[in-house]
Design a protein around this ligand. Sequence first.
Ligand code: UDP
Ligand code: MG
Length: 177
Amino acid sequence: MVGSPKCCNFVGWTTNSQKNRKSMELTLIILKPSSLQRALVGRVLNRFEQKGLFIYGLKMMQLDETILREHYAHLVDKPFFPSLVKSMTSTPVIVGAIGGKDAVACVRSIVGATNCRNAAPGTIRGDFGMSGQENIIHASDSVENARIEINRFFKPDEIFDYTPAIIHSVYSPDEIS
Ligand code: UDP
Ligand code: MG
């Protein structure tokens, strides 16, 4: 894990330019090859934008087994791991840093249960998938893992600090102070 990159300041904002977002979190999403192959990228990203979450980093990249062994360290001994690596390396992916108040839990709830067949309608996996593995999107599962994962996939200067013009329509003043 990288030292103290800029993106780690997202939880507990300290600088003046970021004072309106000091209670905000940043979380990592990965639009998996199943999103790209099925041309769902725009519709998936729109779920977060329409909710009132904001995109602070976004890029396409090709994953390899090395980074997946880190990212999915909790799964390397599972029988499906080779198949997961094959799937996740089959096309480039799109990684995103999504921010907002309680963004980690909000994004997980928008994403839905791991197996798309069990995911509730209205969630991304519930609406767009039928598979446990080809499940469209990854999202960080805790604030601590979000920090680690953002640092894994983004360089500090790939996370952009800006204040969305609509922030005061998305939140009440007490929610962002
Ligand atoms: N996965 C799989 N088979 C399983 C469980 C998980 O192929 O039985 C894949 C699936 O793509 C999932 C990923 O491994 O999204 C990571 O699993 P995790 O349990 O962390 O689920 P997630 O956090 O993605 O909901
Ligand atoms: Mg997970």
